[in-house]
Each structure stands twice: as C-alpha cells, then as structure tokens.
Design a protein around this ligand. Structure first.
Ligand SMILES: Cc1cc2nc3c(=O)[nH]c(=O)nc-3n(C[C@H](O)[C@H](O)[C@H](O)COP(=O)(O)O)c2cc1C
Length: 205
C-alpha cells in the first residue's frame, strides 16, 4: 500500500467506465475459484475500497483479510456457532458451514467501526460510508478482472462469530466480500422501474 502522489483530472467522459457500471453484476461466491488477486493487487483493491466519501475523514471502518488456511480456521468458528444454535442439524451441515469462506480464494470482512465523533458526524453517515467501502471493493476487484460478491449471510449477525472476529460492541460487520475468479458470466437480473422510485419535487402553492 503506497502513498503515491496522484494527478486529479477534471471529470471526463469515460465510455468504458459507463459500460462497466451499466452492466455491473455480482458474481456468485459459490462458483468462484482460484486464482485470487496476488498481494499487490489485493492491496490495490483495499486502497481503492477505502477511497470513499467519509464525512470528517473518520475512516469508520476496518478490514479483516482471510486467505489460505485462515479461511478454514475461521470457518471452525462459523461451524461451531451454527451447530450450537442448531444442535439437531446433521453432521454434514457442520462441514458445509465450516467451508463457507473456502468458496473464494480471498474474503475480506469489512467492519463498520463508527467513531464517537465529538464534532457530530452521525453514526448513520459513518455506517453508510462502510457500505460505500463494500461496494467500492467489489468494483475495484471486478475492474482488476476478478469476480466479487458482497455477502452477510447469517454469520455476520451471530454474536459468537463476531466475538471470534474481535468486534467491539460499537462495531458491526458491513459485509464479507468474496473475491476470486468468476467461473461464469452472471445472468441478467431484473432492475427496479426507476419511474416508480423517482419523483420531481415541486413546491405546491
Ligand atoms: C449488505 C448486503 C448484504 C448482502 N448479503 C447477501 C447474502 O447474504 N446473500 C445473498 O445471496 N446476497 C446478498 N447480498 C446481495 C448480493 O451482494 C448481490 O447484490 C446480489 O446477489 C445481486 O446481485 P447484483 O449485485 O448483481 O445486483 C447482499 C447485499 C448487500 C448490500
């Protein structure tokens, strides 16, 4: 992660970027494979992910990286949490739950870590910034040619899993970003009709 000086161009028309954003889709973690990004590319993805709007520069988020064996060792916490909440579950379910992070070569937990901001950046804004980090991370991974999916599933909300991850009381998991080689191109997904979601404000006299 370098602190390279950058040149900041004025916005220019970038058709390739528009095309990328117009066609953007998540890639399913369950059909991701090796290889994942190398260390330099992973760090670049993190650097871009952290380049989000952040009111008062609080950086109210942090990252936990799961690569290699760390994915299965943390999977043991996920599996144990599931089996303790579901003692009747069949034994093969423990294996399934323990293998969740193994679906992709790189998984990054984005932790929302809102600061107690004396100058008053609302917690809501800090949490929104963590969401922006997750999305930027997906875009950065895809722009580098990898598949990416933002998942929370059940274990992002399980207290024993979050404790194993070392979360403080004020912290929450914004997402687990799964990154790897996309096995296939995603199918189209229907999108909302914007006219139903959009209005033009007009002052009623
Ligand atoms: C906060 C958040 C959590 C999500 N968690 C899940 C999840 O647990 N399981 C899932 O199938 N999709 C989840 N998604 C949705 C996927 O990331 C993805 O957006 C979805 O599969 C639709 O694909 P698209 O991004 O191509 O529109 C989540 C999205 C967000 C914003």
């Amino acid at each position: 992660m370098t602190d390279t000086p950058r040149i900041f161009p004025r916005p220019t028309h970038r058709p390739e970027l528009i095309e990328f954003l117009e066609a953007r889709r998540s890639n399913l973690a369950k059909i991701m494979s090796e290889p994942g990004p190398d260390a330099a590319t992973r760090d670049k993805i993190l650097e871009i992910a952290a380049r989000v709007p952040d009111h008062r520069k609080l950086a109210p988020w942090r990252f936990v990286i799961f690569e290699g064996e760390a994915r299965s060792s943390f999977g043991q916490h996920i599996s144990a949490a599931f089996m303790s909440a579901n003692p009747q579950a069949p034994a093969d379910r423990a294996i399934f739950e323990g293998a969740r992070l193994m679906r992709a070569p790189l998984v990054i937990a984005v932790i929302s870590a809102p600061a107690d901001c004396p100058r008053g950046t609302p917690k809501w804004e800090q949490e929104l910034s963590a969401g922006a980090v997750c999305y930027n991370m997906c875009l950065a991974a895809q722009a580098h040619g990898f598949g990416a999916q933002w998942l929370t599933e059940w274990y992002a909300y399980d207290m024993s899993v979050t404790a194993a991850l070392g979360l403080q009381a004020s912290e929450r998991i914004a997402g687990f970003i799964y990154i790897g080689t996309a096995a296939e191109a995603p199918m189209a997904r229907s999108r909302p009709a914007l006219e139903k979601l959009t209005s033009f404000w007009s002052k009623k006299s």
